[in-house]
Design a protein around this ligand. Structure first.
Ligand SMILES: Nc1ncnc2c1ncn2[C@@H]1O[C@H](COP(=O)(O)OP(=O)(O)OP(=O)(O)O)[C@@H](O)[C@H]1O
Ligand SMILES: [Mg+2]
Length: 213
């Protein structure tokens, strides 16, 4: 079982959107997936509640008193892949999830403010894993809400590459992400064959290739 954590210091970049859509695509590829909603807002569990998604979504919150229990619960999850949807910001959830992850995905928007928060998130992730000198954490920056009509949108992948980490294919700014979320479905079933579906396919296969073996 492998763990992919999705996190970012700033909120609203599309962590949950990325997490649920990658989970949906992985299920389509035949993987067994669990989405762990580690955000007290509980957006992913609320989204998943009434529907049959093909993957389970459960809320597991990290607190000061249950760190080791949380780690045990996540690591004993059956199946191929656990995706952890983290709350924004740094704290016990970020530090704990990063420590047990095979891959950390940092969604990032195109403004200079967004790039700054991506930079901070990378530093924090590296700092959180410094306790174990043998650990080589794999970080992937995922450009999200990209508008290719703008200069910033066209330049985001290059700007992220300058941060020295792996950069994945982007997810564009597309209302189909909002609509599929409202419909309680991942884009793989809500909008098959549409641009959003193709973007999530490209991102998911990139992430699968990026997980250290
Ligand atoms: N690629 C996209 N195109 C258009 N809208 C998007 C995209 N990604 C996310 N959104 C919208 O942006 C808003 C925030 O997305 P989301 O909840 O996934 O972000 P988040 O990082 O998980 O937020 P939080 O920090 O509150 O957990 C939502 O309304 C979502 O539908
Ligand atoms: Mg979220």
């Amino acid at each position: 079982m492998q763990v992919i954590a999705v996190g970012q210091s700033k909120g609203g970049f599309g962590k949950t959107t990325l997490a649920i859509n990658v989970a949906g695509e992985l299920v389509k590829l035949g993987r067994s997936v669990t989405l762990v909603d580690a955000d007290p807002q509980g957006c992913a569990v609320q989204w998943a509640e009434p529907r049959k998604l093909g993957f389970s979504v459960r809320q597991e919150l990290v607190g000061l008193r249950n760190v080791s229990l949380w780690i045990r619960n996540v690591l004993k999850t059956s199946g191929d892949i656990v995706i952890v949807d983290m709350p924004s910001g740094f704290g016990i959830t970020f530090e704990t999830a990063v420590l047990i992850s095979d891959l950390v995905v940092i969604p990032c928007g195109p403004s200079s403010l967004d790039l700054n928060s991506a930079k901070k998130t990378i530093l924090k992730a590296r700092e959180s894993t410094r306790v174990d000198p043998d650990m080589r954490l794999k970080v992937v920056l995922a450009p999200t809400r990209v508008d290719l009509e703008t200069d910033e949108g066209q330049q985001i992948s290059d700007a992220l590459t300058d941060l020295g980490e792996t950069v994945s294919p982007y997810l564009s700014y597309d209302v189909d992400y909002v609509r599929s979320f409202a419909a309680g479905k991942p884009v793989s079933t809500f909008a098959p064959g549409k641009p959003v579906d193709r973007e999530v396919q490209a991102l998911t296969s990139f992430l699968l290739r990026s997980i250290p073996s």
